[in-house]
Write a protein that binds this ligand. Sequence first.
Ligand SMILES: *Cc1c(COP(=O)(O)O)cnc(C)c1O
Length: 389
Amino acid sequence: MNTFEQGAKVVMNTYNRFPITLEKGDGMYVYDDNGKKYLDFVAGIAVNSLGHNHKKLTKTISEQAQKLIHCSNLYWTKPQVSLAAKLVENSDFDKVFFCNSGAEAIEASLKISRKYGSKTGRYEIITMKNSFHGRTFGAVTATGQPHYQEGLGALLPGIKYAEFNNFDSITEILSDKTCAILLEPLQGEGGIHPADIEYLKKIRKLCDEKDIVLIFDEVQCGVGRLGTLFAYQTFGVVPDAVCTAKGIAGGIPMGLMTATQKLSDSFKPGDHASTFGGNPLAASAGNVVIDELLDGLLDNVKKNGTYLTEKLNVLKEKYSIITDVRGIGFMQGIELSVPVADIIKQTIENGLLLVNAGKNVIRFVPSLIAEKEHIDEAMEILDKVLSKH
Ligand SMILES: *Cc1c(COP(=O)(O)O)cnc(C)c1O
């Protein structure tokens, strides 16, 4: 029995997996158990921010593992504090809460917003249709796509949905109970849709006027992916809190919420916690990712993100089934007039890992170390597959 036959027997059936077993990686490439090489433009879905087998990252993790993998948040550790200090120094925020995933970061933001709102009797939270915020009950309720919520019975009360990029749809459902607005500045799973800057500015103004907490879900679009450390810095609109996860520790599970002092003060000791949150192993990895981003990687994303846009537009000129090119930096997508599942299957067979974002969108979220040569190679393989469609 090979790995995927055995896996189908013993692992719960929650994913549609390709019949390949990945074994190792190096830089922009991964290898399966037959030694077949793949150019990786999925990067663990925007997680392996420094690529595979990054020397400084693996060295730091193994050294930290020999010192202290975990200790409770009953005590301080240097990696956690230094990571928090870096995030605070390079953002508009004052405090960081550490957890282990995107959904948990969203949960933290929902809870802190309600704690904040409770002082004035407010608890309603507005999120956007077509959004994705994770799979826990709060996060899946916040997710404005009914198919993620089917069969779950009663969801979290007090969440309302507005139309993304439609400011009036927010004011229509706003009430004197609204305490927060949560949105992705660049929707990922929903199909790679960036927010309009004017829309974000209007939301910021509304939140200031009504004392509403503005939360950005940067779980996918944050941590350098758009060419700035935080996604909000690309849009020039500052929220009250940011949730991030995915790429923050280069593949070690980590999530976090960072917020202004005013909002952070709503959590008192005992109000929220996470056993593993910010443990020294994950935090040591997070420190390497932030250092690398500030030490030239952000410039690489800016430069080669523009190159990726150019190349995707070349493909769009060539193939009429490509109807749109969207996104920023290393979070881009092409929309097709046909379902993309078959095309992705074929690029994988041809040695290129790609992932969809909805039925008709191919998503490009490579490691932040991707260079022109990797983009050229990816475009060649995709071109070859599209030419046969
Ligand atoms: C992936 C994702 C999440 C959920 O993150 P998990 O780590 O899978 O819980 C939340 N929001 C966005 C925008 C995401 O892309």
